[in-house]
Design a protein around this ligand. Structure first.
Ligand code: NAP
Length: 283
């Protein structure tokens, strides 16, 4: 029987572990042994968390759902809990961090699971979907989890999905983090204009990387932003409020690196990266 593990008992990891537990054995790992409560719909579920440091088991499939800023710190544990055929599914926003897992059989999922963790309480808002690249083993894992509400979509359009999500995050995460305000900040025409211009820069980077995106892509993303509740925060917004490190190096930072690779001029992105670097400085 497939042995599943999930690392990171937060908004994303708790939902994944809870769904898998309906059909298979799964262990949810965090920094320490504890219990978290997952609120989904009108139900509360108590979920046990094991200490990653104390683990001595190996697993066939490991979902990694820590923030990118913590990925390097779990690598020794990940090594110890993997065998030659372990599949690692990195469930994170951003791009480029998969390089840190080059020694593993690892793929990155495009994550459509929305939630928020406060202390030991996780609220799931919407979606339980992970988009994955085409690969027979991933297809098999997806089939094994078919009876759960966790959708593992193995998609030939994976690359476009990863980029689309990156651009969605580029706009909304940047403006909510830098203004320390929720999605209603987009009601200000000047903020919406800045967001759209930032997305235009992101679009040019995506196209330089070979993505078949058009001007319509930017409009599609803005249409998504218009569906957001005004009081909705983003992970980068919550991270700035909490005063913790941001995942910006693998969202805005990665886009800036790619822009430089293609010798593209991205003045707005550059200013945003400078401000985000300033935020991180000595933090
Ligand atoms: N939340 C969303 O709606 C959403 C949507 C799409 C994508 N994502 C992406 O999904 C990824 C995970 O986000 P999230 O919102 O689930 O984050 P989160 O709620 O902060 O959860 C991350 C969890 O990782 C744990 N962790 C940190 N260091 C660890 C370590 N060394 N060993 C074991 N566990 C450790 C944290 O434990 P402590 O609580 O003890 O610190 C926390 O429970 C991020 O890349 C995020 O951008 C999130």
């Amino acid at each position: 029987m497939t042995q599943y593990a999930v690392i990171g008992p937060g908004a994303v990891g708790t939902v994944i572990a809870h769904e898998i537990s309906k059909v298979a054995a799964v262990k949810l790992f965090g920094r320490r042994e504890q219990q978290v409560v997952l609120n989904s719909g009108s139900n509360d579920y108590k979920i046990n968390v094991s200490s990653l440091l104390l683990n001595s088991d190996t697993f066939d499939v490991i979902f990694v759902a820590v923030k990118v800023t913590k990925l390097a710190s779990i690598l020794p544990a990940l090594q110890a809990m993997s065998h030659d055929n372990t599949v690692i599914i990195l469930c994170q926003n951003g791009m480029g961090q998969l390089d840190m897992l080059h020694e593993f059989n690892a793929v990155q999922a495009v994550v459509y699971i929305s939630g928020q963790k406060t202390d030991d309480y996780v609220r799931h808002f919407q979606d339980k979907k992970l988009i994955l690249p085409v690969n027979q083993e991933l297809q098999r894992i997806s089939q094994r989890l078919d009876a759960t509400k966790l959708e593992l979509v193995v998609s030939p359009d994976y690359e476009a999905a990863l980029w689309f999500k990156l651009l969605v995050n580029l706009g909304i995460n940047t403006v909510t983090a830098l203004t320390k305000n929720t999605a209603h900040v987009l009601e200000l025409p000047e903020v919406m204009q800045l967001t759209e211009q930032l997305l235009q820069e992101g679009l040019r980077i995506a196209r330089a990387e070979g993505l078949d995106f058009t001007a319509q892509t930017v409009q599609d993303i803005i249409a998504i932003y218009r569906t957001y509740a005004g009081d909705m925060g983003t992970s980068m917004y919550y991270d700035t409020l909490a005063g913790v490190l941001l995942e910006y190096d693998y969202i805005q930072g990665e886009l800036q690196r790619l822009a430089r690779k293609h010798q593209l001029t991205t003045p707005l992105l550059d200013v945003c990266c400078t401000l985000l670097t300033g935020y991180q400085y000595k933090r």
